[in-house]
Design a protein around this ligand. Sequence first.
Ligand code: KG4
Ligand code: ZN
Length: 374
Amino acid sequence: MPARPRARRRAPAGPQPEGPGAASPPPLPALPEWVLGIESSCDEMAAAVVRRGVEIVATSVRGQADVHRPYGGVVPELASRDHVRGVWQVVEAVLADAGLPAGRLSGVAVTAGPGLVGSLLVGLSFAKALAYRHGLPLVGVHHLDGHLAAAELSDPSLRPPYVGLVISGGHTALYRIETGAAPALLGETRDDAVGEAFDKVAALLGLPYPGGPAVARAAGSGRVDAVPLPRPLEKAPGCDFSFSGLKTAVALEVSRRAPLSARDVADVAASFEGAAVDVLVARATRALREQGIAQLAVVGGVAANRRLRETLATRARAEGFQVVFPPPELCTDNAAMIAAAGHRLLARGESHGLGLDSFSRIHPRRPPRSSAGP
Ligand code: KG4
Ligand code: ZN
């Protein structure tokens, strides 16, 4: 069975009159107050209500780990079918939790891409229907802008310019974030994303899906220096990443040791985690130095990794920069980050209308990318 949605209440909105359900959109509010976010780019169906772009009033995430575990990874068709079953459940949960009828929302923000198209279309179609029914402005949010918005949402003292390290299952990239400009790409992975490497190493070690948390758990009882593993591009110029060589080195070690004992699994997991963390820390600190910036925001599912958080915090103290990690529930996919990023678009008067389409991959000319700051 899919995990039950978790809804969390931060502040009541108070009783409000039901909206008129007008067919024609009202004039855009100058400052959107209540934004509903919907995220369904992969295997989480999530909804959240965020107030004034900064306060998480209610949030709910419906995971699908039990749906995909027997297959060892996300099965796109199963993901979208489960989203169809869950979308109304999570939206209803957050509106009830916020004490807010849909007609009182200032706008709807939905992940438009990149992601699995079938999954994206479920959230997008639902968001369009809700916006149309209640005459609300609708904005499409770039998933990576959502992850970056999670940092400012969790630490309002974070102000551009800063460097954003986005590390998830599909992306590994460094951005320079400036007020009023789209994030500027400083470097990205040339092959696997780091989350993808965690997931593949988990499969090699016979650990269950989702792989990242499983590898991190196994690593907890292993020795980080048990296996000498490469740290690709650790000292190379520029800010790019590469993880496929590290993954291949793990595959070779696993076949050398097979059959693996529990100690082998722990040692290989710890050594892999240590190598991946070393590379992420080296590349992020290099980007800070090159950009002359002393603030780093680390976002995306892999930012939940404890070893990474501890290592970067130690390095930040030693080198005098500030590092911001959202709490783990805002690192992995969630809708509060989509509502926060959507708030910025709505505040600028943007409304993408019912013609809004989904997109599966990052496309340099593909809007919408929100800009950091007001
Ligand atoms: O941001 P996210 O939830 O979804 C994407 O946009 O991809 O990131 C999911 C990725 C997966 O690869 C997962 O294995 C990884 O984040 N992940 C972790 C941890 N928690 C999630 N990787 C390492 N350590 C963790 N604690
Ligand atoms: Zn994500």
